[in-house]
Design a protein around this ligand. Structure first.
Ligand SMILES: [Fe+2]
Ligand SMILES: [Fe+2]
Length: 170
């Protein structure tokens, strides 16, 4: 596997990193389908995944380690690509099953790298027992929990920045 890990220049904002590395996913009609489904509160899956990508970049930069930012951002944008309304009662096992389904859907619609697959498949760790293999996946699982908690309590994180990113890719 090619090592694409690096640090992002200080001049690049988290928001611009997400818009840049996630461009092809963000502008795809497939990812736009995620706007039809609510994740938590009144945050759609498209907004949720974009905010998780921003949060993952913010956390990764704080570590001063090198990351494959492209894979981490693309994986974050697709980590909840399950494409149904999980609030419907027959999706009772959603918490356990959606990561695998998201990966299956993502692999059908996009070219997915091994790191991206790990980000998507392992993001529900420790609920899904197998831990992340790559540091990019570990960061996304942390970012997902922070963003999800904020959304549940009606205070979605990066709301304005996420809207600015998504307005670019309407
Ligand atoms: Fe999820
Ligand atoms: Fe999520």
């Amino acid at each position: 596997m090619r090592n694409n890990r690096k640090r992002i220049s200080r001049k690049t904002t988290n928001q611009h990193a997400v818009a840049h590395y996630g461009a092809d996913i963000l502008c795809s009609k497939e990812h736009k389908r995620c706007d039809k489904f609510i994740q938590h509160g009144d945050t759609t899956v498209r907004k949720h995944t974009t905010s998780v990508a921003c949060m993952a970049v913010a956390i990764a930069r704080k570590t001063h380690l090198k990351f494959d930012y492209q894979a981490m951002i693309r994986g974050a944008l697709l980590h909840d690509y399950f494409l149904y309304d999980w609030h419907e009662p027959h999706h009772g096992l959603h918490g356990y099953t959606h990561a695998s389904l998201a990966l299956k859907n993502a692999a059908q619609d996009f070219a997915i790298s091994p790191i991206e697959a790990d980000v998507i498949k392992k993001h529900m760790w420790p609920l899904n027992i197998k831990p992340p293999r790559y540091r990019e996946a570990m960061i996304v699982t942390i970012a997902d929990k922070i963003c999800s908690a904020k959304e549940v309590f009606g205070k979605p994180i990066y709301n304005k920045k996420v809207e600015e990113i998504l307005n670019e890719y309407k």
